[in-house]
Design a protein around this ligand. Structure first.
Ligand code: MV4
Length: 502
């Protein structure tokens, strides 16, 4: 029986998990580094325990410390969130050895899906389509060359211990093959401590489409439909949406069946995501399985009405899934935009710092999962994700309009953000038509980096002037009331600048 959950994470996902715990009547324990002392998850949890200094290795990745806090706080279970230790087999094992519940799948499932070659072999046995390629690469150079010729160039070399884009190398010609293989092996050894590399046919212009899975410990496995995740830059997703505008009902049903087969093949328990690559002819291939809750899970929650964190905790408590496959419907259209403290005009370098002002969008069909507030300092130590902006509408066209409206309302000053960049994506013809793949951002980067439209700049200036005016009045208790009438200063300054550009 779970009564108290330690959330071994930070930022928006820690806040999000704490919210579901509170709704379930469970106590929550936050853990924090010195950089997160005033972070929102610390405020929202019932208890907060210090892990250590800011660097992740001394805090959110410190297994000993996290388990020690779980014991001292008398937590029954640990929710890993995503990233950090969420797919760390040792963490899952150490938690269970300590007599606590790890809210996630078995260590065996994490291990199997964490090794990409093992995962491929298991999928092949389960009849799940995989990208044409090899299991173990042969020893001799001639055999490797013959295999690449058989697969057909271009081929992709992938580190078995890699994933999420790490440890991949594209090889276009036989001349490049062996040198690339040597480099791929040494990179894999350095990055993952495992030099195993395999080869796949390189799929041109694929879509990245993933299926949400939920499984209990009583043999029930259901899917909660797909998420289209092809709008990504350097393997960092920016926009996710459901339903996918690319697949047909038939393909959806076929992919769902294979996603469930993949989960069953490892006796999966809890929330998991089966990733597929889908080529331009809508052939789909298993890519990898993520054994954690994903960043983009809210769009699935919105179209199905299911709280995935509550489902995770109930499954970890040993409960039977509260829903059957026929109970789960995909209703309307949801889009998520990841809002980052980064500077797109400066090669997207992170832009941590003090949030001087933040206005989150609200209104019908808008959700923000975030943790920033006015006066909060976005730390330099971690991923610069500020929040996720999730919108829902009955149709995709209306969801795009709602996203644009929400982005227009989303005001953050003090740090640079990718909000204008996301706004450009919502305006891009290929995106609006739903005719895009994983090359979308690279293929449209120049257009997407266009400076903000003129009046948006004026609006920002108007807001800053209004803020300065507010500060001014606060200090001098001046009353602009008579002079400016009862107009909002924001509008006054906006008008001023719009007609008299400085
Ligand atoms: C591929 C591929 C094309 N062909 N494998 C990206 C991260 C990881 N999930 C695997 N990924 C890919 N694997 C084959 N055989 C295309 C991707 C891919 C991708 C590759 C480069 C740049 C961006 C990408 C975005 C999504 C998927």
């Amino acid at each position: 029986m779970i009564k108290k959950v330690l959330v071994a994470n930070r930022g928006e996902i820690a806040v999000r998990i704490i919210r579901s715990c509170r709704e379930m009547g469970l106590k929550s324990v936050a853990v924090y580094s010195d950089a997160d002392r005033s972070s929102m998850h610390v405020r929202y949890a019932d208890e907060a325990w210090r892990l250590g200094p800011a660097p992740s290795t001394e805090s959110y990745l410190n297994i000993d410390k996290i388990i020690q806090v779980a014991k001292e706080s008398k937590a029954d279970a640990i929710h890993p969130g995503y990233g950090f230790l969420s797919e760390n087999t040792e963490f899952a094992n150490r938690i269970r050895e300590a007599g606590l519940i790890f809210i996630g799948p078995s260590a065996e499932a994490i291990t199997a899906m964490g090794d990409k070659m093992t995962a491929r072999e298991m999928m092949k046995k389960a009849g799940v389509p995989i990208v044409p390629g090899t299991d173990q690469l042969p020893e001799s150079e001639d055999e490797i060359k013959a295999l690449a010729r058989k697969i057909g160039y271009p081929v992709m070399l992938k580190a078995s211990a890699g994933g999420g884009g790490k440890g991949m190398r594209l090889v276009k010609t036989e001349k490049e093959l062996l040198p690339s293989l040597l480099r791929a092996r040494s990179e894999a050894r350095n990055a993952f401590g495992n030099e195993a590399v395999y080869m796949e046919k390189y799929l041109l212009e694929p879509h990245h489409i993933e299926f949400q899975i939920m499984a209990d410990n009583h043999g029930n496995v259901v899917h909660l439909f797909e998420r289209e995740c092809s709008v990504q830059r350097r393997h960092q997703k920016v926009i996710e949406e459901t339903p996918s505008p690319f697949i047909t009902e038939e393909i959806r049903a076929a992919m769902a069946e294979q996603a469930i087969a993949a989960a069953k093949s490892v006796n999966y328990s809890g929330a998991g995501t089966v990733e597929f690559l889908v080529d331009k002819d809508r052939n789909f291939y298993f890519l990898e399985m993520n054994t954690r809750l994903q960043v983009e899970h809210p769009i699935t929650e919105r179209v199905t009405g299911i709280d995935l964190v509550k489902a995770q905790i109930k499954v970890a408590s040993g409960e039977v899934l509260a829903f059957k496959q026929e109970d789960i419907a995909q209703r309307g259209h949801a889009i998520e935009a990841r809002i980052y403290a980064e500077d797109p005009a400066n090669n997207f370098i992170p832009s941590p710092g003090l949030i001087r002002h933040i206005t989150q969008p609200l209104g019908l069909g808008v959700r923000t999962d975030g943790y920033a507030y006015e006066g909060y300092e976005i730390p330099v130590y971690y991923d610069p994700l500020i929040s996720k902006l999730i919108v829902w509408a009955p149709t995709r066209a209306e969801a795009i309009k709602r996203m644009k409206r929400a982005l227009y309302e989303y005001k953050i000053t003090g740090v640079k953000t990718n909000i204008p960049f996301v706004q450009r994506i919502m305006e891009a013809e290929a995106f609006v038509k739903g005719n895009y793949n994983t090359h979308f951002i690279d293929d449209n980067l120049e257009q997407l980096l266009q400076p903000e439209t003129e009046n948006t700049q004026y609006e920002d200036i108007a807001m800053i002037m209004a803020y300065l005016d507010f500060q001014n009045r606060q200090h001098k208790r001046m009353d602009f009331g008579q002079k400016a009438g009862n107009q909002s200063n924001w509008k006054n300054f906006g008008r001023l600048f719009r007609h008299n550009p400085y």
